[in-house]
Structures are given as C-alpha cells and as structure tokens.
Design a protein around this ligand. Structure first.
Ligand code: ATP
Length: 294
C-alpha cells in the first residue's frame, strides 16, 4: 500500500542543517500535502525522496524498492519547482522526449490525451519557447503524468497557474487518487491543500512539526448558532451547548441534533440569525503550529 516512505532523513549544507529529521509516508490512492514556511525543507525532502539530493542519513523506499535503485523511479512522475523545457521543441516533442527517457511505452493517442488534460491540446505543435509561464507549468504537469505513474510528486504545481488552471489541477489530483495513484503535493496554497489532501505533513526548520488527516489537525467539526431573543426557556434548552461570546457552539452534532434544536428554538420565539458550520481553517492551524514552534 505504501508508495513513498522515508525515515530519519537528514541533510546539512556546510554549517546549515537543512533537514534535521524527517520521516513520512504516502500511501497508494492518497494525496498528501507538504506545507511549511520558506526554507522549511520541503523541496529538499522531495529531492531526497527522488534521489536528486543525497541524504546524509536516512532511508527511502519508492514503490517498494530502495530509493537508490534507479528502477524505483520508473513509475514516478515529477514536476519540479523550477521547471524549464527545451524552448526549441514543440509540446508534443517534449512529451515524446520524456516518454523515451522514462523508457515507457505510451501510445501517441495517450500522449495527445495528456496534453488535452492539462489544457494544451490546441498548442501541441507550438514551440515551448513561445509558451507563457503557466503554459510551461501545464506542460510540466503533462510530463509528470504522461507515463501513467503510480506515484506523482508535484513541487508547487500551481505557482504559475490562473484560477481555472488551479481548479483543473484539483480535478486532476482527484482523478489520480480515484485510480489509486499516490500524490505528494508541495504547495503554499493552503486552501488548495485543504480541499484536496487526505493528509498533511507540516515541516518547520527541517523537522516534522505536525502531521495527520485534516480532522486530526483541525479538530472536531462544529456548528455555530447566532441567536437573538433568547428567553429563559430557550436558555435551558441551550444549557448543554458551549457559549462562545454571542454564539452557541454544537460540537459533534448528530444527524438530527441541529434541526431539532433549531425547531425547538423557533417554537420558543428565538430569532435565528445564523446556523453555520465552523471549524478552524488549515491556515489558522498552520500559523498556530508555526508560532508555537518559534
Ligand atoms: N543546494 C543548496 N545549498 C545550500 N543550501 C541549500 C541548498 N538547497 C537548499 N538549501 C537550504 O536548505 C533549506 C531548505 O530549503 P528548501 O528549498 O528545501 O526549502 P523549502 O521548504 O522548499 O522552501 P520554499 O518554500 O521557499 O520553496 C534552506 O535553508 C536552504 O537555504
């Protein structure tokens, strides 16, 4: 089930410890988000996983093989943070080149389909030198996906993309997960990570500051009620719920709990201004974790 695994990774550059101790796992059919401030070590971890940077210590397994074994990378797709493709080649030729380099067998129709998936179908025959930055990043995604990899590692895949491009990438990731592909996603766009990732690993100063599923990191979902004209009887009915300023908070609400509560409150002449789902956002949680670690 494990697509990528590393344990005890360390890396120093001269006197600077880039990675102090990082262990993480990405399972098949799972999208894992890598978050953390600038310089936290996200790209270095990705490069050590992929054999592009040699760790000082630690172990890597990719799709069941030791990371040092070049064969372990045959089924891995990678979009680097800094992407550049040969400007004299067309998009189709870039894909052909990468398919050849990967030693993969991908029919021409499937290559065309991949360019279509990233929104470049009508630019397939154009030279990459004339592409915008976002178009080059889309091509980079096509390169990462064209050989039908079992593990996809994307280092800030939407940094140059417009909002529609970002939504396209989200759809692509959901499609990959449904096919059982494992995805490791490094992104500063926390909303994007929150929407699409099953698990999140937060790096800070070369260490894992927190890791878990979204419910584990964000706590229990809650429903918040903003009410007016709360009389004595209504106060009694609300007695079991937490009060946070002007709001009442229902934690872990059962399926009928909120509708029943609202019906009772309406019957008691309470004015209901809002009934809203409320939970700390991943961005708030990330900032808390990073501030605590300071
Ligand atoms: N080739 C290198 N030589 C020297 N130091 C390096 C090298 N590569 C990375 N580092 C250092 O390692 C640390 C982690 O860098 P890394 O690029 O992994 O961070 P990051 O979390 O990906 O940051 P960002 O969000 O800014 O992309 C930084 O202190 C950086 O200066």
């Amino acid at each position: 089930m494990t697509a990528a695994w590393c344990s005890g990774l360390r890396k120093r550059y001269r006197q600077r410890t880039a990675i102090g101790d990082v262990s993480l796992t990405v399972r098949r059919g799972e999208v894992v988000g890598l978050l953390g401030p600038n310089g936290a070590g996200k790209t270095t971890v990705i490069k050590m996983l992929l054999g592009l940077v040699r760790p000082d210590a630690g172990e890597v397994l990719l799709l069941g093989r030791p990371g040092r074994d070049p064969a372990s990378r045959a089924k891995v797709g990678y979009l680097p943070e800094l992407f550049r493709y040969q400007p004299w080649l067309t998009a189709t030729e870039v894909l052909d080149l990468h398919v050849r380099l990967a030693g993969a067998d991908v029919p021409a129709a499937a290559r065309r389909e991949t360019l279509g998936q990233v929104g470049l179908a009508d630019r397939a025959g154009d030279r990459v030198g004339g592409f915008s930055k976002g178009m080059q990043q889309r091509l980079g995604l096509a390169v990462a996906l064209v050989s039908r990899p079992e593990l996809v590692v994307l280092d800030e895949p939407t940094s140059a993309l417009d909002p529609i491009g970002r939504a396209d990438v989200r759809d692509l990731l959901v499609g990959l997960r449904a096919r059982g592909v494992a995805v490791l996603l490094n992104s500063h766009l926390i909303g994007e990570v929150e929407r699409v990732c099953d698990r999140v690993v937060i790096l800070d100063k070369g260490r894992v500051a927190a890791a878990g599923t979204l419910p584990e990191l964000l706590g229990r979902p809650e429903v918040r009620l903003r009410l007016g004209n709360v009389g004595e009887e209504a106060e009694k009915r609300l007695g079991n719920f937490l009060r946070d300023g002007a709001e009442y908070v229902v934690l872990d609400a059962g399926e009928d709990e909120v509708p029943a509560l609202v019906a009772d409150l309406v019957a008691l002449d309470v004015r209901i201004h809002a009934v809203e789902p409320g939970r700390i956002t991943l961005e708030e949680r990330l900032l808390d974790i990073l501030r605590e670690a300071k």
